[in-house]
Design a protein around this ligand. Sequence first.
Ligand code: CA
Length: 233
Amino acid sequence: METEASPTVLVVEDETAITDALKYAFELEGFGFESASTGRAGLEAARRLHPSVVVLDVMLPVMSGLDVCRQLRSESDVPIIMLTARGAEADKVAGLELGADDYLTKPFSIRELVARVRAQLRRSARAGSLANTAEVLRGGEIELDVDSHEVRLGGLLVDLRPKEFDLLESLMRRRGRLATRETLIDEVWGPDHFGATKTLDVHIKRLRQKLEPDTRQPRHILTVRGLGYKFVD
Ligand code: CA
């Protein structure tokens, strides 16, 4: 949910000369600007700041930009633009396969990067307005109507408690992708909720009892061992 008026760009890059130049350019264009110099710091910043766009260098020390991309994409739909080294064709392909939305090859023009960031913002604004008109999430026999707060299984109303509904909505919005335990707890119970780990498992169990034909072999709400859950059609 975007509440601030101006969009914020998070740049994850260990070369301060580049970060400084980008900060100057983006602020001049009216963007909020944040930066991180390691992959880990970048991930933390993305979780904390909910930037509008992430610009991610592939060549980062310790945790590579590709690992950051994979992890970030498992948690968020934020547009990601990768910065790749000239000639590193494999990095571009890997980045796009891991869910990056676009890439630029170094050395790049800052104006070009600003234009690409704007293009990503237009795309996510369009996706957002589409999501506002189509308020029914579907997966297999399951339909979740965001407006009326109703869930149907094979056309029949299912009685869900409010947190069960929120949890199912969080899962279905990431259909086909991992929803980490942290993300689900954050979205459904809030970041300061203690003891939510057990609570999460109990709610998953109840959802399966209400929605799955066989709770021992779930078809839609899958466990991703050690990480979280995933909703599939
Ligand atoms: Ca770098």
